[in-house]
Design a protein around this ligand. Structure first.
Ligand code: FE2
Ligand code: FE2
Length: 328
């Protein structure tokens, strides 16, 4: 049987359990938080006072902080790209409305709240040029992304396991920083988002654990493939208005790195966490090729840590059209 057919069979085998994964890892609409739980209530007579307070408190947040948060928000707003991509994965069938497609839709529903909440906060803060941000969001959706997974479910679930943890780290750090600057409400918002990301990370990494049980060698090779190619961030095509595709990504990640929202160390840390979670060291029944992949993976975090020590981040912030320094 071809590799592709085996993957499809594994996906069909796991599909029978997707309903229980939904119950375990996703939260029903009526029970989960919504953006308006944390934002000034526009129906209330106190709305304008609450907005005023939000604007006052947000004045203390520094430049790189805004850039990192705006970039995170834009990454969340490119959700249509991620939903389309997951719907194309081998074994996910939206036309047939199979259980994997149901998972993807409900995951999308949860994710959709993240960009929504951050966008409204950023809009109300008055610190950001919304039109520029909106153009970047539209560009990012138009540009799509290319993360090298193809339609392969094994590679895709490695990617989502990694990415959900990376977004957890990033939103959680924004939350901690906001708290440090005295913006308790923003800290709470980002904490709630981070909580969702952690739950999603547990789900996707559970799928990978289940695949390891039935197809260990191929799963190992897919993990190696993704780590060798390096995990490309979902916003890698980020650009400002009028600029070339991808031109803003590095400057955005420099800002995130400078302020400690997401760093090269975090990348290595996440890789190490996945290796521990999937018990890569204890995996048995591997082919020779997969054994070699395991050896490669076990040594990789150490090697990457050394490389990341040498990375130099520019001291000065790039000035984005999104945030005019004069507004801060
Ligand atoms: Fe998210
Ligand atoms: Fe997520």
């Amino acid at each position: 049987m071809s590799i592709k057919n085996i993957r499809l069979e594994v996906m069909q085998f796991l599909e029978k359990r997707v309903d229980s994964f939904v119950d375990q890892y996703l939260i029903p609409v009526e029970e989960i938080w919504q953006p308006s739980d944390f934002l000034p209530n526009s129906e209330s007579d106190n709305f304008l006072e609450e907005v005023k307070e939000l604007r006052e408190i947000s004045k203390d947040l520094p430049y790189d902080f805004w850039v990192a948060m705006v970039g995170d928000m834009i990454t969340e707003e490119a959700l249509p790209t991620y939903e389309n991509w997951l719907m194309e994965v081998e074994g996910v069938d939206n036309l047939e409305r199979n259980s994997w497609a149901k998972w993807v839709r409900q995951w999308t529903g949860e994710e959709n709240r993240h960009g929504d909440l951050l966008n409204k906060y950023i809009y109300l803060s008055g610190r950001v040029n919304m039109r520029e941000v909106e153009m970047t969001s539209q560009h990012l959706i138009n540009d799509g992304f290319d993360i090298g997974t193809g339609r392969d479910p094994y590679k895709n679930f490695v990617y989502t396991s990694f990415q959900e943890l990376a977004t957890y780290v990033s939103h959680n750090r924004v939350s901690q920083l906001a708290k440090g600057y005295g913006d308790k409400k923003l800290a709470k918002m980002c904490k709630m988002i981070a909580g969702d990301e952690m739950r999603h990370h547990h789900a996707y990494s559970h799928f990978v654990t289940e695949i390891f049980k039935v197809d260990p060698s191929e799963m190992m090779l897919a993990f190696q493939y993704m780590m060798k190619a390096k995990i490309v961030m979902p916003a890698h095509f980020l650009r400002e208005s009028g600029q070339k595709i991808g031109s803003a990504f590095e400057q955005f990640s420099d800002s995130a790195q400078r302020i400690g929202v997401y760093t090269a160390n975090d990348y290595v840390d996440i890789m190490q966490k996945l290796i521990i979670k999937w018990e890569i060291d204890k995996m048995v029944g591997l082919t020779d090729e997969a054994e070699k992949a395991r050896d490669y993976l076990m040594k990789l975090p150490g090697r990457m840590a050394k490389i990341s020590e040498r990375i130099v981040i520019p001291k000065e912030s790039h000035i984005f059209k999104w945030v005019e320094p004069a507004r801060l």
